[in-house]
Design a protein around this ligand. Structure first.
Ligand code: SF4
Ligand code: SF4
Length: 380
């Protein structure tokens, strides 16, 4: 049983969601949240509650994602889409600087981190809060700090939404990252929809959150409201059909470097890199320089890169991981084993995106299970 914290005491009617957006926006935040575009629920700038995915849900499976209509008007009645908040905090492309030729030399024009408005993220799931914490550890709390991430990450106002339903690809419960958001938010909403009633149980996680809530018309949550919210959260955990047994997983993967399953998965993997693009914790980038046709203007860009490309591990003389087997093994072993040595946590938060968006439906939970079942090295 998941217990909804006692602080979750306010009830906000669904028709107040627009007011919530207005209040947060008035405080100077740019609101980013879920909306329907190109047959998926994506994160984009929001001006009003009308842009939210009201009445939509997602159907997910290995290599499969479809939107379909719900029978109710739930606003957050879906799991997670192809995009994560990485899109805003650690963007896919960033210009690092540009330069113009001046005589025999180049003058750097702009190499400062460009300021962005403070963001308010609406609809952040528990696994996504966990993923932001993982990227904080990598990009802010390690030997080198990424100033671009740091600038974007500062002062985000987080409105989490508790998951009341899980996709078939979710496995956050087994990774200990969800479905209940416990920290890292200013406000957390639990959506309660029933015939003729549509409201949100609201929990505050910070002083800023309490200040926003104070500007909204709310009522105190009753014991019955709390029980309803608890039941909704329990539902999301019990719906999860996938899991990873994380017991001794680091040693399991280290010891099974030569397991035949790596050949099996390599025969299916297209090395398309989709899994790393959709993963909310993958952080690798490359740097590209370009000039215009005159050769008088140059730019340096940082772009997401992926350990699934051959060029990613290219050094003088060739690529270290030339085969798809080596690349899949590198990705999965980093996510679930060497990430723990490097950063102290798993690199996987169980969001399931890599399963849904893999064109051939490779399922990280199945790959771990197969290695564990045919573990030739005894324990773990
Ligand atoms: S490895 Fe897959 S399930 Fe884990 S966080 Fe990345 S996309 Fe989500
Ligand atoms: S596991 Fe799937 S998504 Fe990832 S690189 Fe291979 S084919 Fe692409």
């Amino acid at each position: 049983m998941i217990t909804v914290a006692q602080e979750q005491q306010a009830i906000l009617q669904a028709n107040q969601l627009g007011k919530l957006i207005q209040v947060v926006s008035r405080k100077g935040y740019e609101i980013l949240g879920p909306t329907v575009r190109d047959g998926a629920i994506v994160y984009d700038r929001l001006e009003s509650a009308e842009e939210l995915p009201v009445g939509w849900t997602d159907e997910q499976g290995p290599g499969r994602y479809r939107l379909k209509r719900r029978e109710d008007q739930a606003v957050f009645g879906y799991a997670v889409g192809p995009q994560s908040w990485k899109k805003c905090l650690h963007p896919a492309t960033v210009q690092l600087w540009s330069a113009d030729r001046q005589g025999a030399t180049f003058r750097i024009l702009d190499n400062e981190t460009k300021p962005t408005p403070p963001y308010a993220f609406l609809g952040v799931r528990a696994c996504e809060l966990a993923a932001i914490a993982v990227q904080d550890r990598v990009l802010l709390e390690d030997k080198y700090r990424d100033p671009i991430y740091e600038q974007r990450r500062a002062n985000i106002f987080v409105i989490a939404v508790q998951c009341t339903q899980a996709a078939a690809t979710c496995f956050c419960a087994s990774m200990g990252t969800g479905p209940r958001a416990r920290k890292g938010f200013d406000l957390a909403l639990t959506e309660l929809v029933a015939p003729g009633v549509h409201r949100f149980a609201v929990e505050t996680g910070s002083k800023r959150g309490a200040e926003v809530l104070a500007e909204l018309q709310t009522a105190s949550a009753t014991d019955a409201d709390r029980r309803e919210a608890e039941a909704a959260l329990d539902g999301a955990a019990s719906q999860q059909v996938r899991s990873i047994d994380t017991q001794g997983i680091k040693d399991l993967l280290y010891q099974n470097f030569d397991h035949p399953r790596w050949d099996d998965v390599a025969a299916r993997c297209l090395t398309c890199a989709n899994c790393t693009m959709v993963c909310p914790t993958c952080f690798c980038t490359t740097v590209e320089d370009m000039t215009d046709v005159t050769g008088n203007h140059a730019e340096r860009w940082r772009r997401w890169d992926s350990c699934f490309t051959q060029s990613f591990s290219y050094i003088h003389g060739g690529s270290i991981r030339a085969s798809s087997k080596a690349r899949y093994r590198q990705w999965m072993t980093h996510k679930l084993a060497s990430w723990i040595d490097q950063f102290g946590t798993s690199g996987c938060v169980g969001c399931g995106r890599c399963i849904t968006w893999c064109p051939v439906g490779i399922d990280i939970t199945e790959e771990v299970r197969a290695i564990r079942e045919e573990n030739t090295h005894g324990k773990p």
